[in-house]
Design a protein around this ligand. Structure first.
Ligand code: PMP
Length: 381
């Protein structure tokens, strides 16, 4: 075959410059990131085995240990979205046939239940309507009944706008010889969480919410108890890519090698976790008051159970939620979203996270909503 004889021409879209419009990302994530983080993405590529890379990875590990409030050595950032960490946590700690209990009070528990089912676990769901929460007694009874190797709970249930209390659950899991797995994708940095103190055995998060990085990185940490279970399996995890034996080696966590993305950890270490928590709470309370002044009803009634990062609003009567969101996007260049999974048709969601978390942005979001409520035709229903 001679050179230059392709039969499929290059697509015209490849010749057009890439367009990414500037938008207010006030939904449940991704959120806007500070210019410094955007600029970091323009730095040269380096090799994954270069000494500078190991240094960066070490820095990232320390940043995650701080953000998670853990001393766990087995702490890494995975390549992939939050879903990657969900699969990594389950695939590595559970073997086919083992029992798993999953708290399902929104979409995230349901997804973890499905992930565990796909790899052959026996899954027991604790199902509540979106926004429901569990007492420690209820959790203890279910663990006693099903004797799981893993219990899953979402800390920041972004589909419902709920932040779930965590205190005491780690002790219950310990008593029942079960690992405590927590999803903090939508809460880390926005609501207090202490991995070691709260005896969380496996914790993961995502990069694109309050952490203020682009999507595509998922920090995860395993404590000693989780490592013991994970590295004494009879079967290999179903995923090669997500096998912690390889990942822990690459990250120098397995004690065999130690050769040596600097994102938002800088922002965080200058601001501090406590300030970040305070700011998310203050701005959320300001937003909640503004929403109520507009006549809107908040989906989660109890203030202490409201997730500061993502606020859920009951869909106002007589409005079509899709119309409201489309209007806000078109006229205010602002993303807000509807529900997800079981909360679709129940809520609108507004997220002010990380760099987006300030009162000026809350005012913009409130003004956009006020405008949409005034202009959008009321449905006939
Ligand atoms: N868990 C929760 C609580 C989330 O809010 C999200 C993202 N909305 C995820 C998991 C999944 O993360 P990702 O979209 O990065 O895969």
């Amino acid at each position: 075959r001679s050179l230059g004889s392709v039969t499929i021409p290059p697509p015209a879209c490849m010749l057009r410059p890439l367009e990414a419009p500037l938008r207010y990302l006030f939904g449940p994530g991704p959120s806007n990131v500070p210019p410094r983080v955007l600029a970091a993405g323009g730095r040269p590529i380096i090799g994954h085995l270069h000494p500078e890379m190991y240094e960066i990875m070490n820095d990232i590990k320390k940043g995650i240990q701080y953000a998670f409030q853990t001393k766990n050595n087995m702490t890494i950032a995975m390549s992939g979205s939050g879903h990657t960490a969900m699969e990594c946590a389950v695939f590595n700690t559970v073997e086919p046939g083992e029992s798993v209990v999953v708290a399902v009070n929104g979409i995230w528990g349901e997804r973890v239940a499905e992930i565990a089912e796909r790899m052959g676990a026996r899954v027991h769901r604790m199902v509540k309507a979106p926004g429901g929460y569990y007492s420690n007694e209820e959790i203890e009874q279910t663990l006693a009944k099903h004797k799981p190797v893993l219990f899953f709970l979402t800390h920041g249930e972004s589909s419902a706008g709920l932040v779930h209390p965590v205190d005491g659950i780690g002790d219950i899991c310990l008593r029942h010889n079960c690992l405590f797995l927590v999803d903090s994708v939508a809460s880390l940095g926005g609501a207090p969480l202490f991995m070691d103190e709260q005896k969380i055995d496996i914790l993961y998060t995502g990069s694109q919410k309050a952490l203020n990085a682009p999507p595509g990185t998922a920090p995860i940490s395993f404590n000693e108890r989780a490592c013991k279970k994970m590295f004494n399996r009879k079967t290999k995890p179903v995923s090669y890519l997500l096998d912690m034996t390889h990942l822990s080696n690459y990250w120098g966590c397995d004690g065999k090698t130690f050769p040596g993305h600097s994102w938002s950890k800088r922002l965080w270490s200058s601001q501090g976790l406590e300030n970040s928590w305070r700011q998310h709470k203050e701005v959320a309370e300001y937003l909640w008051k503004g929403l109520e002044d507009l006549g809107l009803k908040l989906f989660i009634k109890d203030k202490d159970l409201r997730l500061p990062c993502v606020t859920t609003i009951s869909i106002p009567q007589g409005y079509n939620w899709r119309e409201l969101l489309t209007y806000i996007m078109k006229h205010h260049q602002m993303e807000m979203t509807g529900g997800l999974g079981p909360s679709v048709g129940m809520v609108l969601r507004v997220g002010l996270m990380g760099y987006n978390c300030n009162k000026a942005n809350a005012d913009l979001a409130l003004a956009a909503l006020a405008d949409a409520l005034k202009v959008c035709p009321k449905s006939k229903a």
